[in-house]
Design a protein around this ligand. Structure first.
Ligand code: PHE
Length: 416
């Protein structure tokens, strides 16, 4: 199996020239982690990426042997390579798992036909480094670059970043895997677009239903129409597992404009993308997304040797559930700029920054408007729990006080 970890080039000295467009074009191939982290912290009016997030750049959990994300990644890669050998006359998937997560807005959104006003682009949802560069929100951000460089069959995994809510399934850093195939003319039927489309769709669906069976066993599945701006038609695959329908992945036939943006007008192919945490949580019984980031050996020892074991059924046994404790905070939203300038994700981010992985869940439990003053009040309940030990009251009080101060300082809210 070929592994294409595009080599880190020494770019430290180029950092000062960061604003040159030439650097921007090379950025995804130049994975100098320390340089990029330094760069990501440089002040810029559009930079909304806190240091707690920058710290996670380069952790590359999916590349650590025996990490559950690595185990699932390898299982998917193994299955896809076997499928390719059988189906694509011995062609192999090129494997990428070390492309820089810092990408351009163009690659992440424009090339993929994400509309200029789409919410996924907004700073309430995406971590920007400056007005052109951001932390990738999905691995699809590499599609046009790779297709444009004639990479016609690839799997790509990497860390992705999104500002989001806080609960046991959401974390601002998560991992995705992308698969893409661009077909050779000889695999399609010249002059018969319908037949060609059918070939592409059938191949995509047979690869992915096979993958789902490989991972979940003999389960019921359903295909549903979906929408992504970069595929048309688009499909979601669900499996019926342990009494529930689970959405496993998004996929579809790559939109002709995306192919055009990659510089390969007229070519055709499919793409799919899946979230690795979610798959691991369901398949390996991992109850909380924060566990992927723990250093506790009671977690990691349960996965030893499994990166090289393609078949073993894995079921994580929680080592203990420590008690949680909750605290409430309520405040008036800022008047300056109005409630429109305020986004709940800003609150979640301050909480993540102050409390780190101690926060398990945050819920907006009360919201009202004072009609006389026109001001809006929000009340949040914050559940704290450590994954690996009990928390003390003092510890939580200290965090909660700091949190209150930071909310005032950073969001301009008024505590109630
Ligand atoms: N990028 C999409 C997401 O993050 C998943 C996807 C990938 C869908 C490729 C279609 C094709 O949800």
């Amino acid at each position: 199996m070929k592994v294409y970890a595009l080599k880190a080039r020494s770019i430290g000295s180029q950092l000062h020239h960061f604003h040159s467009s030439c650097f921007r074009e090379q950025i995804t191939n130049s994975y100098d982690i320390e340089g990029l982290k330094k760069r990501a912290l440089e002040p810029h009016p559009q930079n909304n990426t806190p240091s707690s997030i920058v710290d996670k750049v380069g952790r590359n959990l999916h590349r650590l042997p025996d990490h559950p994300l690595n185990i699932i990644k390898r299982r998917i890669e193994n299955y896809c390579q076997d499928y390719a050998k059988k189906t694509y006359s011995m062609q192999e998937f090129a494997i990428f798992d070390d492309l820089s997560p810092i990408v351009t807005k163009r690659r992440c959104f424009d090339d993929l036909r994400v509309r200029p006003d789409h919410v996924s682009r907004s700073p309430s949802d995406t971590y920007y480094i400056d007005d052109e560069v951001l932390l990738r929100t999905h691995t699809s951000a590499h599609q046009t670059e790779l297709i444009g460089s004639n990479t016609n069959l690839f799997l790509l995994s990497g860390d992705c970043f999104r500002r989001d809510e806080i609960d046991s399934c959401h974390y601002p850093v998560f991992h995705q895997m992308e698969g893409v195939k661009i077909f050779q003319d000889s695999e399609l039927v010249a002059g018969d677009p319908e037949k060609s489309l059918e070939i592409i769709e059938n191949d995509l669906k047979s690869l992915l239903t096979g993958l789902a069976t490989h991972l979940f066993g003999d389960v019921e599945m359903r295909w549903r129409s979906d929408y992504f701006p970069f595929t048309d038609p688009s499909y979601e695959l669900d499996v019926y597992y342990q009494g529930e329908w689970l959405e496993v992945l998004g996929s579809g036939v790559i939109h002709p404009e995306v192919i055009y943006n990659a510089g390969k007008e007229g070519a055709q192919g499919w793409a799919f993308g899946l979230g690795l945490e979610r798959l691991c949580m369901v398949l390996f019984n991992i109850p909380d997304i924060r566990l992927f980031w723990t250093d506790d050996e009671r977690f990691h020892k349960q996965f030893v040797g499994l990166s090289n074991d393609p078949k073993k059924v894995i079921s994580f046994v929680p080592y203990s559930k420590y008690p949680f404790c909750y605290k409430d905070v309520s405040f008036w939203l800022p008047v300056v700029g109005g409630p429109a300038s305020f986004h709940e994700n800003d609150v979640f981010e301050v909480i993540r920054d102050v409390a780190g992985d101690l926060v398990e869940e945050v819920k907006l439990f009360d919201e009202f408007k004072n009609n006389r003053t026109g001001r809006t009040s929000h009340a949040y309940r914050i559940s704290y729990r450590h994954m690996d030990r009990s928390l003390t009251n003092e510890e939580i009080d200290e965090i909660q006080f700091r949190l209150r101060d930071e909310l005032v300082r950073r969001l301009g809210i008024e505590l109630r």
